[in-house]
Write a protein that binds this ligand. Structure first.
Ligand SMILES: Cc1cc2nc3c(=O)[nH]c(=O)nc-3n(C[C@H](O)[C@H](O)[C@H](O)COP(=O)(O)O)c2cc1C
Length: 370
């Protein structure tokens, strides 16, 4: 597609579609987009037309990581496609991979509505979904027999209710989701950092994480395991978690989840005054996640594959995460604010940035600033 048409898309989303969409309840808009995405993904024509409008490919962006081939480094973060309904259309939108979920042992209604708010000035969202999803058994049935045009990650978490608060019960729930889903995924992410679940985030302490990973180690699988980390941790706390990860089969880390720190300088306080619950995505997580990525890369080198996520709104943002040490990058909020053409724009921009800096492939830029 020509550059003129791409610019038209960007301007049309920013000036026309977004102002209309942002008048409506964000969860309702998300559900409508999921419905449209499913319909488009269901037909060859829908997929081809979407790819013609949005997808950008270039050999400089291709990598093979842990034996998995990624056509480009930009993935859809966990939380957008909670029930794995969009796996057919997202490759056409231009994503190099997707992380479906988070998916829990049991079906979960999530927290009461409203549970999603936009923060236009802070360029973020307040998220209080509380792991709404259809549960691992229904989603496993949905995925069985399907083929995917890109690598599929599956994020597992523990069911958000009273029954999983006790540590062993929580671990049982993770194990159930893991066992049900690993065969369909190229990698499995264990989400220990949902800020909106009953009982908090018990597995972000080294002792409990050790117990959880001990149990998951016993599952026979060839699929690499990633861990999704919280963003509101110090370097020392990260080091303590890394010590545990090194004892187990963890091959990668997703850095990182929503922030609960409401006094971050990027957050416009007027916007959140009347929203008392939830974690915040987008720009308020950008720097904090980059700092963790850099520290992790500096201290562990290539031991873990790092997927960087948090506040990516343009190619330069993605490039910064890569230069800090991320081999792959994910996003959600940037796409909601900038439109679906953002993925192609980022990939196109990355190629230009790589050429400017004399790299032949994206992998050469990983960690150069750490
Ligand atoms: C609507 C929404 C739902 C989310 N749900 C999940 C989830 O189920 N599991 C998870 O690991 N992260 C979840 N997240 C966190 C994102 O994956 C990501 O870590 C965070 O939003 C920062 O990235 P972003 O700034 O690109 O949105 C969610 C984020 C959003 C915006």
């Amino acid at each position: 597609m020509s550059c003129g048409l791409k610019t038209f898309h960007r301007v049309a989303y920013q000036r026309v579609l977004k102002p209309i969409l942002f008048c409506f309840d964000p969860e309702m808009v998300h559900d409508v987009f999921t419905f449209i995405g499913r319909k488009l993904g269901a037909t060859k024509f829908g997929r081809a037309a979407t790819a013609w409008m949005y997808r950008y490919q270039h050999s400089m962006l291709e990598q093979t990581i842990l034996g998995i081939r990624f056509a480009n480094p930009i993935g859809l973060g966990a939380g957008f496609d909670k029930n794995a309904l969009l796996t057919d259309i997202m490759p056409s939108v231009g994503f190099g991979f997707e992380e479906a979920g988070s998916i829990t042992g049991e079906p979960c209604e999530g927290n009461p509505k409203p549970r999603l708010w936009r923060l236009p000035k802070s360029r973020g969202l307040v998220v209080y979904y509380g792991l709404k999803n259809d549960g691992c058994e229904a989603i496993a049935r949905r995925l069985r027999g399907k083929r995917f045009d890109f690598p599929l990650g599956v994020s597992v978490a523990k069911t958000n209710d009273q029954s999983t608060v006790e540590v062993e019960k929580g671990i049982d729930d993770y194990e159930k989701a893991f066992r049900a889903l690993h065969e369909f995924a190229d990698y499995v992410t264990v989400n220990i950092s949902c800020p909106n679940a009953f009982g908090g985030e018990p597995f972000t302490t080294p002792e409990r994480l050790d117990c959880l990973l001990d149990r998951l180690d016993k599952i026979t699988t060839s699929k690499p395991i990633f861990l999704k980390l919280p963003v509101d941790i110090s370097n020392d706390e990260l080091d303590a978690l890394v010590t545990v990860m090194l004892k187990h089969r963890v091959r990668g880390v997703v850095v990182s989840n929503l922030t609960k720190k409401r006094d971050r300088k990027e957050i416009n306080q007027d916007e959140i005054r009347n929203i008392s619950k939830g974690g915040i995505s987008g720009k308020p997580t950008f720097e904090a996640s980059n700092d963790l990525i850099k520290h992790l890369y500096k201290t562990t080198g290539h031991r873990f594959v790092i997927i960087g996520i948090g506040g990516v709104f343009c190619a330069q943002d993605a490039y910064e995460k890569i230069r800090c040490g991320a081999s792959l990058v994910q996003l959600i909020t940037g796409m909601i604010f900038e439109g679906p053409q953002l993925i192609g724009d980022i990939n196109r921009g990355l190629v230009e940035l790589l050429k400017r800096d004399g790299f032949k492939n994206i992998s050469e830029a990983v960690g150069v600033d750490a």
